[in-house]
Design a protein. Structure first.
Length: 529
């Protein structure tokens, strides 16, 4: 995982070199300013020496006219030997005793002006003139130093010296080049040393920590990245060890919890399946009791036909008719038994795209031979344009079966009961799709559901039927099946009487938008089974 030269090392190199460079440049700037100040102080010290020499000369020779030649030669000699140039010498009375102009200096009357100022004030005067390129920016080019001359404690005149600061700037710039080279060289050396020390102390332990953290597993033993030294990384490794220990313990608890949940979920699914199977067997049992009576009539008819066929005087045409009628009754019995077998067949725990309309028609056709629904008129109003859902077909058939049986029981006290099964599409208000759900309504004209029973009818073992007529699991199982299909089952009390059970199912995404032909709608709308 550790790279030869990581981003962190690059960050350290750049910032360490930058900080060292900035620090050294600041030191260089202070050094340049201090050196310039010292050089200027040196020029002022030279001016003090020249001032003392001029005072001795005046003390020895005075201001007499005959000494003017000697004084001029003496000042010219001083100008030739020193970087300081004597510009002007005035007597106490203000008379100019010596004045000299230099070709590179255009000072004008400034030397005379500051000489008179020093003569009147009795103190040294310093002024600067002109600008030139200094070390870092433009600075003063000339320095003018004017001082009063004294003889035996009395001011007898004043003198003004000038000096160019350009040579000082040139020396400082030459020194600056050397210092910059020294800064770069030392910066590289110090940066390398700093990066090496920081990498050894911080980056390398950090990489070790990252590698161990990536490779760590819940059962790994404790690890320390920095031996036993009491530093922050050792404390961090100890904290990570404690965290890994807690994670390992949590992982064990999580495994145990997941295993327990899987077991509970498996048991719950098995219990649900047992409930569904028990309710299915109860429904099939009720249907089988009615079918036994329904099968008895065709068998009696077939028995009579067979007795007639034994009579030898029957003409062949009559015998053929008896045989055809017997086959018809046999087909009727076969259909009844096949429907009962389809209902009792175990459900396969598999979902598939199912045509709800066809499933409703198949389920309703089962009751065409049932005495249980002899007083119940079942009407299909299959008006939904989209009616394909992804679900367990066998389980949904059981829901339809339970709801039809409940409707039959609800209208049992009436001579003419009525059950309307209606389908329609509903739109989800939070979705821009036109059709998202299929609503299936089972509307009967029975005794209905009281308000205090609406909140309990889906509870297991809750029933309003007489003892022996129901297990109390039909609606509970149906509710569970509807939820497993991603929908819901609800009950409504109708103001005009009777009950309305509604199943809301999500349509499959590939459900085709298909409208049956009008003749089919007219045939199924109000179809009596």
């Amino acid at each position: 995982m550790q790279l030869p030269f990581s981003r962190l090392k690059l960050f350290l190199v750049c910032h360490l070199f930058l900080l060292l460079g900035i620090g050294m440049l600041l030191v260089c700037a202070v050094m340049m300013a201090s050196t310039r100040h010292m050089a200027v102080r040196g020029e002022i010290a030279k001016a003090d020496i020249l001032q003392a020499a001029i005072e001795r000369h005046i003390s020895d020779n005075g201001w007499a006219p005959e000494s003017a030649g000697r004084r001029t030669r003496f000042l010219q000699k001083l100008n030739a030997r020193s970087s300081l140039k004597c510009h002007i010498l005035i007597e106490k009375s203000g008379d100019i005793r010596f004045q000299k102009s230099f070709p590179n200096e255009n000072l004008g009357q400034l030397p005379l002006s500051i000489a008179r100022t020093a003569l009147l004030s009795g103190s040294r005067e310093i002024d600067y003139f002109g600008t030139t390129w200094g070390v870092y920016f433009r600075q003063r080019q000339y320095i003018l130093i004017s001082a009063p001359l004294t003889d035996k404690g009395e001011i007898v005149g004043a003198v003004t010296f000038s000096s160019s600061l350009v040579p000082i700037y040139q020396q400082l710039r030459a020194l600056q080049k050397f210092i910059l080279f020294y800064i770069c060289f030392n910066g590289l050396i110090l940066t390398s040393i700093g990066v090496f020390r920081i990498s050894r102390k911080l980056i390398t332990p950090l990489y070790h920590l990252l590698e161990r953290a990536d490779a760590a597993k819940g059962d790994d033993p404790a690890f320390y990245i920095n031996g036993g030294s009491p530093d922050e990384f050792n404390l961090l490794s100890k904290s990570l060890n404690r965290m890994l220990t807690r994670l390992a313990d949590g992982k064990k608890e999580l495994r145990y919890t997941v295993s327990s949940l899987k077991k509970a979920n498996s048991e719950l699914k098995q219990a649900q399946q047992d409930m569904i199977s028990a309710e299915k067997l109860a429904s099939v049992g009720r249907l089988a009791a009615g079918i036994a009576h329904e099968i008895g009539n065709p068998i009696a008819i077939m028995k009579g036909y067979l007795e007639l066929l034994k009579t030898p005087e029957q003409p062949p045409e009559q015998q053929r008719d008896f045989i055809d009628r017997t086959e018809t009754e046999l087909e009727r019995v076969n259909i009844i038994i096949q429907q009962l077998l389809d209902l009792s067949r175990p459900n396969i725990d598999q979902t598939q795209e199912t045509d709800i309309h066809n499933l409703l028609k198949d389920t309703v056709s089962v009751f065409s031979h049932q005495p249980l629904t002899s007083n119940l008129e079942i009407l299909l109003e299959l008006t939904a344009s989209r009616h394909f859902c992804i679900l367990n077909e066998g389980q949904l058939r059981q829901v339809f079966l339970n709801l039809i049986i409940n409707a039959s029981d609800a209208v049992g006290h009436k001579k003419k009961g009525r059950l309307v099964i209606r389908t329609e599409n509903q739109r989800d208000e939070n979705n821009e799709m036109s059709w998202d759900f299929l609503l299936i309504s089972f509307i009967d004209n029975g005794h209905g559901i009281s308000n205090d029973q609406l909140s309990s009818i889906f509870d297991p073992f809750f029933t309003t039927k007489a003892p022996g007529k129901g297990t109390g699991l039909g609606l509970s199982v149906s509710y569970m099946i509807a939820e497993a299909a991603g929908g819901r089952l609800s009950a409504l009390q109708r103001p005009e009487g009777g009950a309305c059970m509604q199943i809301l199912l999500p349509l499959s995404e590939t459900s085709p938008l298909h409208r049956e032909p009008s003749y089919f709608l007219e045939e199924t709308r109000g179809e009596t089974i």
